[in-house]
Structures are given as structure tokens and as C-alpha cells.
Design a protein around this ligand. Structure first.
Ligand code: CTP
Ligand code: MG
Length: 239
């Protein structure tokens, strides 16, 4: 079972504020994308990494990976393809670039640069054990309320409070049987901004999705405070 990792990295990072595309912003001097690629390549199961670059930045991303080649394991092969307008579209373009002999695929956000290799391996192993879709996830710290959305600044009525113990916050890498994920991308229509998560598309096909334990360090860099946390995690690792 040859396994590939597709890394959607084509987003702008609007919530992070002005600057370079999010995947190219640095953490302690190294671009977030390089951390994410290294996290996937660190798994002994992963033999190919497909990076989905900003549509106008594929060349820049290729040179970046060449520049950091010395810091990446030799057995891993790399491909760079241009992305689309939504995460779902970017993932679809990444899947299209996979060679035929790939049987299992991980989809991993460039914006989760610090996921530990044990979490990556646990996801791959669950797929190898026969699961068609696997997501790493953690219990929630906060209570979650469903609301009736109102314009910003207006109080929003609460509609329901789902039982927190039954909820999980989902991370990446998400692991899939390659044929099932490709089928999901070929048949599930893009709704609005596209699916925020690949496993949701597999659920819509009626196929089972299972959860394995996620990791605190697999958090997504979304807002400026997350950059502070990510750099602190890196500093602690080096200490
Ligand atoms: N992504 C992508 N193509 C898009 C949009 C997002 O490949 N058109 C990727 C991002 O690069 C990121 C992952 O999907 O690695 C998760 O998306 P998110 O954290 O929302 O990143 P951005 O969309 O870049 O951030 P924002 O929503 O704040 O603009
Ligand atoms: Mg986004």
C-alpha cells in the first residue's frame, strides 16, 4: 500500500492578517509549509508529498522545496501543483496529480505545521487496518452553542447546546482509501465555500468515518495568536 500526502497550501490566510500567503509565513525562520512537508515526510509510510500551491505561486513553492531539500528525508518524492479558489478545489487538484499506484492518501493542512509523526502514523495505520476514512480529533475545552446568526455586534439567540462530551474538534492529517476519496471529490458538489474537511464529503457518500486521538500540537495556525503559540512549541522542542 503506497501512501501519499496531499498538502493544501493555496489559501491566502485572511484571518492571519496582511502578509505573504499563510503557508509561506515563517515560524522561527522556516516557512510553515516546510514544517508541514517535513511532518508528512517524517512518516515512514509516506513516499510521496503533493503540495498544492497558491495558483500564482507554484514556481515559488518549487524553489522553496529545492532550497530545503537537504532538510527533508531522501526517500520522499515531491510534486507541486497549482491550487484553486476553495480548499475543496485545491484538494481535488492535488488528488488529480497522484500516480496510479497510490492506494492510501493523507490530506494535511499546510496550516498545521507541527503535527507529531506519531499522530500521522496512527492515521495511516488505521487506514491500513481497513478504515476508509480516518480523522484525528480531540475533545473540546469550550462548551459549544448553536446560534441563529445575526449581523456582527447584534446579540445572537441560542438555539441549542450540543452535549460537549459527544463532540470532537477535528484536525489533519485525515487518511483515506484513495478510491473512496477520489469518488467523493468526483460526486459531492462544492457547496458554498466548499467543504472545510474531506471526511465530511465521505460522510455524505454514506461511507463510515472513524476518529483516532489527535494531538494538541496539531492545532491550526489561523489567527495571529496561533503564530505565537507555534513558535513557543518549536522553541520548547529545541530546548
Ligand atoms: N487552502 C487551499 N486552497 C484554498 C483555501 C485553503 O489549499 N483555496 C488550504 C490552506 O492553505 C490551509 C488549509 O487549506 O493549509 C486550511 O485552510 P485555512 O486554515 O482556512 O487557510 P486559509 O484559507 O489560507 O486561511 P483563511 O481562511 O483565514 O483565509
Ligand atoms: Mg480558509
Amino acid at each position: 500500500t503506497r501512501t501519499a500526502a496531499v498538502i493544501p497550501a493555496a489559501g491566502r490566510g485572511v484571518r492571519l492578517g496582511p502578509g505573504a500567503p499563510k503557508a509561506l509565513r515563517t515560524l522561527n525562520g522556516t516557512p510553515m509549509l516546510v514544517h508541514a512537508v517535513r511532518a508528512m515526510a517524517a512518516s515512514r509510510y509516506v513516499s510521496l508529498v503533493v503540495v498544492v500551491a497558491p495558483a500564482d505561486g507554484a514556481g515559488e513553492v518549487k524553489s522553496l522545496l529545492d532550497e530545503y531539500e537537504h532538510a527533508l528525508p531522501e526517500r520522499t518524492e515531491f510534486l507541486v501543483v497549482p491550487g484553486g479558489d476553495t480548499r475543496q478545489e485545491s484538494v481535488r487538484l492535488g488528488l488529480k496529480a497522484l500516480p496510479d499506484d497510490i492506494a492510501a492518501v493523507l490530506v494535511h493542512d499546510a496550516a498545521r505545521p507541527l503535527v507529531p509523526v506519531d499522530t500521522v502514523d496512527a492515521v495511516v495505520e488505521a487506514v491500513r487496518d481497513g478504515a476508509v476514512a480516518v480523522v484525528p480529533a480531540l475533545p473540546l475545552a469550550d462548551t459549544v452553542k448553536q446560534v441563529e446568526p445575526r449581523p456582527h455586534g447584534t446579540p445572537e439567540p441560542v438555539v441549542a447546546t450540543p452535549e460537549r462530551a459527544l463532540l470532537r474538534a477535528v484536525q489533519t492529517p485525515q487518511g483515506f482509501d484513495r478510491a473512496v476519496l477520489a469518488h467523493a471529490h468526483a460526486t459531492v458538489p462544492a457547496a458554498g465555500d466548499g467543504a472545510t474537511d474531506c471526511a465530511g464529503m465521505v460522510e455524505r457518500l454514506g461511507r463510515p468515518v472513524v476518529v483516532v486521538p489527535g494531538h494538541e500540537e496539531a492545532f491550526k495556525v489561523t489567527r495571529p495568536l496561533d503564530l505565537v503559540l507555534a513558535e513557543a512549541v518549536l522553541a520548547r522542542r529545541r530546548a
